[in-house]
Design a protein around this ligand. Structure first.
Ligand code: PLP
Length: 355
């Protein structure tokens, strides 16, 4: 048995994999891979996939859900284009690679970006806190979970301005108040489904208000909402599996139950890292992510022996991001507590034999 701690695309529940595999062979007589996206059977899938997002996150009235392509990377541009108003200025928090990517893309489409908070001074190992949110900008943008560094906002920035969040790596992992946001976007491939779809939850009020002189039809969320994610061919399979996964999430207690499980997994691993003299958890304690746990060996000479031990235990996906090194245990929703226990046992065993 494998224990997949990869950062994404990541595991989904085994039942979801099984149902998805069945639908590849038979979805109402055709393969889900060959069905027309305009067929009523797929339109029903898209409707359910959107409704289940609303149900799972208690999305209030006045919000729409769409599934697009392009990943969260295109989301950086879509967010900037759709949220641009009279000042053409925006406030961004820089908490690492993905947040920097969002800043870069916003600048490219003409947004005057004010980076009013950043953790770059300490290699993005914490979440900035003592910042003043600007008031002379069109919107505020932040990244709720920093997949590469292992930091997570446990309290969201407070502002009266429109708030936009890249929630790619912690959406559906904990309860959130959608009403705090004007736009949430997330690549599917962590807690939602296979790569290919990108989820947008948008407040209807913001649609059609962009002041951007450049607005490709595909990136105009007003048009996407009006066309119910069917402006062009949507990522059919990814949306189908997202629907299956959301059904599974809701049947198993929803986001509330998932949050409790994710906290338990985080506590199990962080407690061991704190107690174990051969490992260091790398980020500020209060900003630790329950999705991506980053750590290093106190003695790098141990690397080969440690790598052999975790690989022998069936663990995969543990090396840190190529830009940071070290280790990263990604523990998305579908990763069972038992897999985290296997990793903890490996850490203990390593220290018993090498400490
Ligand atoms: C927080 C975050 N934002 C953006 C991205 C980029 O997503 P995509 O590859 O879907 O464009 C990632 C990818 O891991 C991510 O973790």
């Amino acid at each position: 048995m494998k224990h997949n701690f990869g950062a994404g695309p990541c595991i989904l529940p085994q039942e979801v994999f099984k149902q998805a595999a069945d639908a590849v062979l038979d979805f109402n007589g055709l393969s889900i891979l060959e069905v027309s996206h305009r067929h009523k059977d797929f339109v029903a899938v898209m409707d359910e996939a959107c409704d289940l997002v609303k149900k799972a996150l208690n999305v209030p009235a006045g919000y729409s859900v769409v599934y697009l392509q392009g990943g969260a990377t295109l989301g950086f541009t879509i967010a900037a284009l759709n949220m641009m108003r009279d000042t053409k200025k925006a406030g961004y928090i820089n908490t690492g690679t993905w947040a920097s990517g969002a800043i870069k893309e916003a600048k490219k489409v003409g947004v005057d970006v004010n980076v009013f908070a950043s953790s770059e001074d300490k290699k993005f190992s914490y979440i900035p806190k003592d910042f003043v949110v600007p008031t002379d900008v069109d919107y505020i943008h932040f990244t709720s979970n920093n997949t590469i560094y292992g930091t997570q906002f446990h309290n969201f920035p407070k502002t009266d301005l429109p708030l936009v969040c890249d929630m790619s790596s912690d959406i559906f992992s904990k309860e959130i108040n959608v009403a705090d946001f004007d736009m949430i976007y997330a690549g599917a491939q962590k807690n939602l489904g296979p790569a290919g779809a990108t989820l947008y939850i948008v407040k209807d009020e913001i649609l059609g208000k962009s002041t951007s002189p450049f607005m490709p039809t595909y990136m105009d969320l007003k048009q996407q909402v009006e066309k119910e994610s069917m402006l062009n061919t949507p990522p059919v399979f990814s949306v189908y599996v997202a629907m299956l996964n959301l059904r599974n999430l809701i049947a198993n207690g929803g986001v509330k139950a998932m949050e409790a499980k994710n906290i338990a997994k985080g506590n199990l691993l962080y407690n061991e890292l704190d107690a174990n003299p051969l490992f260091n958890a790398t980020v500020a304690k209060e900003d630790r992510s329950n999705m991506n746990v980053t750590f290093t060996l106190t003695n790098e000479a141990h690397q080969e022996a440690f790598d052999k031990l975790w690989k022998d235990a069936g663990i995969v996906g543990l090396p840190g991001h190529r830009s940071t090194g070290g280790y990263r245990a990604s523990m998305y929703n579908a990763l069972p507590l038992e897999s985290v226990q296997v990793l903890v046992d490996v850490l203990k065993e390593f220290t018993r034999t090498n400490g």
